[in-house]
Design a binder for this molecule. Sequence first.
Ligand code: SF4
Length: 400
Amino acid sequence: MKTIRDLYRIGYGPSSSHTIAPRAAALLFKQRNDQAAKYRVTLYGSLAATGRGHGTDVVIYRELAPAPTEILWQPETVLPYHPNGMRFEALSPQDEVISSWVVFSTGGGELREENQPPPPSVYELHSMREILQHCTQNGLAFWEYVESREGNEIWEYLHQVWHTMQAAIERGVRAEGVLPGGLGLARKAWAFYRRARLAGPKLMENAFLSAYALAVAEENASGGLIATAPTCGSSGVLPAILRYIQEILDCHEDTILHALATAGLVGNLVKHNASISGAVVGCQGEIGTACAMAAAAATQLLGGTIRQIEYAAEMGLEHHLGLTCDPVDGLVQVPCIERNAFAATRALSCANFAMFSDGSHLVPFDEVVEVMEQTGHDLPSLYRETSSGGLAKSRLEKDL
Ligand code: SF4
């Protein structure tokens, strides 16, 4: 299992797989082929199906400029390795191909070539069961296990992640106006935030959690700087939980960084053993994983044991099983933005539920990860970030 740095990527929205990774690929290809007279980029599968809404073409044009670039969209062609395929070609003035590179955006901003050897493993244990056993035997918290594998340097990186998350909340609760993309969707976070401050204690919890989650998700939808957790589309869930609990418990920053480490371990297990890509397993892999991460972080911040943390994470994922990815117009807005708010409130419910229990439960976290992956493969491609089914289809029909 790799470093949690790869799970928490700092970059510009709206999509880790459709903007962060293609931008990085374009930059790399241009560095290797800076003498090209022009470029041609072919986008396959889900990248082609929802790339226009997600702004994939915009970031590719921008990174490859000033050389002219042609983009070919092939949503019907799905390369066998992964549904998010890209072919970059460097062309001579006579349109001869001088260099070609096929690369895949495999989720959470990661790039992989088909035959690339696996990256070095940072974690020697690859299941929650083994990690729980190791931590129990050695009296470790999950965050201490992360530190033992990643070294002390991880705290500086998580500090940057936390500051990126907080800055996105600050910008998001102040910004007003319409989100880009043409749906005519107005930002809501600022209104939620103001009303949350006026709300009585019964409503305050949901109102603040929603305001913070909406703030980051709306910043993401506007192409703002966010930290993936585990993806751009689901980047509002964990910051909302961390910020809300920090405020009510007056947590020290180190305590928040420890919760980020635990959440990172949970997300990493899903990424390693299943997928966090909406194009592979649907939204359960994005919002479901974000909820599991946030539930784990919340339980730790509330003083839970490692068994209660595992239980909360399991519930966060279990109760998102089957969640489809069907973004309207291929934009990371509907249903994505509200889903962040609902997952944040659910994450806190999972943490509270786990805290009332002794941590024992029937379905272990590893099993629900397996089920999530299988469910994702069983979902028709209509519901895996192609914008051809579900809400995306019904909205399109209403517009006709
Ligand atoms: S529906 Fe979920 S998986 Fe799909 S783009 Fe939106 S947040 Fe990502």
